[in-house]
Design a protein around this ligand. Structure first.
Ligand SMILES: NC(=O)c1ccc[n+]([C@@H]2O[C@H](COP(=O)([O-])OP(=O)(O)OC[C@H]3O[C@@H](n4cnc5c(N)ncnc54)[C@H](O)[C@@H]3O)[C@@H](O)[C@H]2O)c1
Length: 272
């Protein structure tokens, strides 16, 4: 059910690869809520993914390729987006994550350090780059909202999440630090959402994901939050109803992070 929450707002959405992506569900939700926006992804993902299909579903929105680690690409993205959308940007979704170490099954005690740096650059520093480019171009409207997606491995150890845990800790820290500067500059808020395990390309790339997904589902009184539920939350965070929420890591996990044990999990372990 739509509420026109984002009527008149302009945005940029990073990271829609295919219909399972959290950014894909978010784009559809933002469209439904009345926003206009551009879509972007890394040039390589453009070729492999289905972003053009999403662009059509959203009514023919523009797709602008950008490697989120490239300042030149980001400058081009923000400049073109303001041009196409007809003014400054009100919301940005950073929905980007990739670890070469995870992808190539390198264990945490046998990391390739060049890849580790790549993990940090793609999955965390890129968030700073997005904000610094937007800042220098003065591209965000007053009371704008900037979001990135995180995971609870930033606070607790999940062995197979490997160096992505450090990337998420850094991402959340960048949200707090840059959130200060954006608040002072233009009352713009910056937050991360810490999402449940979700069946996407990035998610299922983590070792043992199926077992882990089931465990998290049983450990969460409300069950795992879906990509669509996450999209609802993001739309609310882009709306005017959350203008005083900033520099936060917001748990969107069905209660996982504050549960010690659940009956569902006990029943599974005892075979009942
Ligand atoms: N799926 C989960 O279980 C889960 C849980 C919590 C948080 N997250 C986070 O949600 C976000 C979105 O992931 P998803 O689960 O929708 O998976 P996804 O694989 O659909 O999305 C990841 C996106 O990152 C993009 N990307 C990778 N390198 C890039 C680069 N250099 N420049 C620009 N884009 C690049 C990919 O092309 C892809 O579109 C990520 O930050 C991920 O860590 C996912």
């Amino acid at each position: 059910m739509a509420h026109n929450l984002l009527q008149g707002k302009r945005g940029i959405i990073f990271g829609a690869l295919d219909e399972r992506s959290i950014a894909w569900a978010t784009a559809l939700k933002c469209k439904e809520e009345g926003a206009t926006f551009t879509l972007t992804n890394a040039p390589v993902a453009m070729r492999m993914g289905k972003i053009q299909e999403l662009a059509e579903q959203c009514g023919g929105v523009e797709v602008i390729p950008a490697d989120a680690t490239s300042i030149d690409d980001l400058n081009n993205l923000f400049t073109k987006s303001m041009d196409i959308l007809g003014g400054k940007i009100d919301f940005v979704l950073h929905s980007i994550g990739m670890s070469p170490n995870v992808r190539k099954n390198r264990k945490y005690n046998n990391l390739n350090y060049d890849w580790f740096l790549k993990t940090l650059d793609i999955s965390a520093l890129s968030f700073h780059k997005v904000m610094q480019v937007a800042d220098k171009l003065d591209a965000i409207n007053e009371w704008g909202s900037i979001m990135a997606l995180s995971y609870i491995a930033a606070q607790r150890t999940f062995p197979d999440y490997s160096d992505m845990a450090q990337a998420k800790a850094l991402l959340e820290s960048i949200a707090r630090s840059y959130g200060y500067f954006w608040a002072k500059k233009a009352k713009v808020r910056v937050n991360t959402i810490s999402q449940s395990p979700t069946m996407t390309t990035a998610g299922t790339g983590v070792g043992g994901f199926d077992v882990f997904f089931d465990y998290a589902d049983k450990m969460s009184p409300l069950g795992n939050a879906s990509a669509e539920a996450c999209a609802d939350y993001i739309a609310m965070m882009f709306s005017d109803y959350t203008r005083m929420v900033t520099m936060q890591n917001l748990m969107h996990d069905g209660g996982f992070s504050t549960s010690g044990i659940t009956e569902d999990l006990v029943n599974k372990l005892t075979g009942e």
